[in-house]
Design a protein around this ligand. Structure first.
Ligand SMILES: Cc1cc2nc3c(=O)[nH]c(=O)nc-3n(C[C@H](O)[C@H](O)[C@H](O)COP(=O)(O)OP(=O)(O)OC[C@H]3O[C@@H](n4cnc5c(N)ncnc54)[C@H](O)[C@@H]3O)c2cc1C
Length: 454
């Protein structure tokens, strides 16, 4: 890509962000190595949606299993299940936060760019600069008071974010190359909004890719520490029942993009490689606050309609395993019915297909409907729902039936909601408006619960 093509003849750059921090080195080697430096930031640093009864901590990855292999032809993503050590109580449907770290090669490259390779592991701290004019300037809570450049870039700062115009404008001041300066300054201007939209918003160029395009741009680390967003934890659903593992372990399932994998999933892949070569591997996790999207002992007597696409099946594997265990522990208890609608690109991409069939045989699952978008009709879960609309609506309207929807994308969740509206319209002879109102009511009464993985 030629950055020269994106420079207009006339433009007014956005007001640049200014730096208010300084980085001070002590000269000593930084020897403290943590699974995440964010663990040393103390109580001031909050972890999103963290439960108060347990702190984030580094746990051992006890095992990994490839559930689905990547396939370029069908664009099927690789899916891996991890078994992690656990020290907190949980129920199926609960989620954990996984604290990621940036890829070591990317960090090494950035350290080299910032001319910090030699000081990468030297102890340093941030402080407000003496001439700081901004009254509200403060030290970032997500960077520990004693750290190192490598640690800041590995554990504290997000490098893959959408750069704002004021940041681009500031970056233009950190390059000695005229074309790069013009490109960054112009991209930040109102006049080049079309370029900003096509490159940044549509093409999805993130901060590191902008730096790759401008190889002479060397922003100081103290500026990045102040203005780059925090590297935030990502949520993952627990994919098992605590009754399977005695609560000492938990499992999560992640999918990996074939092209440009994300930060956390790439980190998890590196850790899997590590355990496959018999080296110990740890990851920092914490339990997140739970909500109504869960299946507990109390639910054994009620009915569920479970609808999932792709890796969205993960929490339901926990629901059904829990139900199976509860049935074997309490055979005298009345049990409800569970239906599962699951969609994936191909039959092979349906997670734990044999287990699902075994659950169907053993009556844990009363109805199992599977579809494949790269196969014969019906290709999508909403088509299967339409085929079953009479039974589905009748079952849903029973007072103790709850519908749970989990999909790895907002669009899919919306299509499923629309699909259910069509079923309500057809079976109950409602108008489109009445059906959407009924869906809203189902949501308000906790009969329609969804987990949207944005
Ligand atoms: C409540 C909740 C529960 C979740 N549970 C799970 C779970 O059990 N398993 C799971 O795999 N994910 C789950 N997610 C999504 C997960 O939190 C991450 O967003 C996902 O794994 C990508 O993280 P990343 O850091 O690798 O990608 P990022 O670096 O954050 O992603 C960069 C971009 O790539 C996209 N992206 C990256 N990886 C994928 C992928 N595999 N598929 C589609 N788009 C992708 C992101 O959407 C983003 O636009 C859940 C999300 C929520 C909100």
């Amino acid at each position: 890509m030629s950055i020269g093509a994106y420079i207009l003849s006339e433009y007014i750059p956005a007001k640049p962000l200014v730096g208010n921090l300084e980085l001070c080195f002590t000269g000593e080697e930084h020897t403290q190595i943590d699974a995440s430096a964010q663990l040393r930031c103390g109580e001031v640093l909050k972890f999103p949606f963290a439960r108060t009864d347990s702190k984030p901590r580094s746990v051992v990855i006890k095992g990994s299993k490839v559930l689905v292999g990547a396939d370029k032809e069908t664009e099927t993503k690789r899916v891996v299940e991890l078994t992690l050590e656990s020290s907190f109580g949980y129920q199926p449907g609960d989620t954990i936060g996984v604290v990621p770290s940036n890829n070591s090669e990317i960090v090494e490259r950035l350290l080299h760019r910032l001319q910090l390779s030699e000081q990468a592991d030297t102890t340093c701290h941030l402080k407000l600069s003496l001439n700081c004019a901004k009254k509200t300037a403060k030290l970032p809570a997500h960077i520990p008071s004693a750290t190192s450049p490598r640690e800041i870039l590995t554990h504290c700062l997000s490098l893959n974010f959408v750069p704002q115009k004021q940041l681009l404008s500031a970056l233009s001041g950190f390059t000695s190359n005229e074309q790069e300066r013009g490109f960054l300054a112009c991209l930040s201007s109102k006049q080049a909004t079309e370029h900003y939209n096509s490159l940044i918003l549509e093409k999805g160029l993130v901060f590191m890719e902008i730096l790759d395009l401008c190889e002479n741009c060397r922003p100081p680390l103290c500026f990045l520490a102040e203005h780059l967003p925090r590297l935030l934890p990502r949520p993952y659903s627990i994919a098992n029942s605590p009754l399977e593992t005695g609560g000492q372990e938990l499992r999560i399932i992640y999918s990996l993009l074939n092209h440009k994998p994300g930060v956390t999933t790439r980190m998890l892949e590196e850790l899997v490689k590590q355990i496959n070569t018999q080296q110990p591997a740890n990851v920092v996790i914490y339990p997140r606050l739970n909500n109504a999207f869960r299946y507990t002992e109390q639910d054994l007597g009620s009915n569920q309609i479970l609808i999932a696409v792709g890796t969205g099946l993960a929490p339901f594997l926990g629901f059904l395993a829990h139900k199976e265990k509860l049935i074997s522990q309490q055979p005298q208890r009345e049990k409800g019915h569970s239906w599962l609608y699951i969609g994936a690109k191909t039959p092979e991409a349906i997670l734990k297909r044999d287990q699902l069939k075994a659950w169907q045989k053993s009556t844990v699952l009363e109805r199992l409907r599977m579809c494949h978008s790269r196969g014969d009709s019906p290709g999508y879960v909403q088509e299967m729902m339409a085929e079953d609309s009479e039974d589905l609506v009748k079952f849903l309207l029973k007072h103790d039936t709850v519908i749970y929807v989990c999909a790895d994308g907002a669009k899919i969740s919306q299509s499923i909601a629309n699909g259910l509206c069509l079923c309500l319209q057809k079976v109950l002879h409602l108008t489109e408006e009445e059906a959407s109102r009924q869906l809203m009511e189902l949501k308000a009464h906790g009969k329609y619960r969804e987990d949207v993985w944005l």
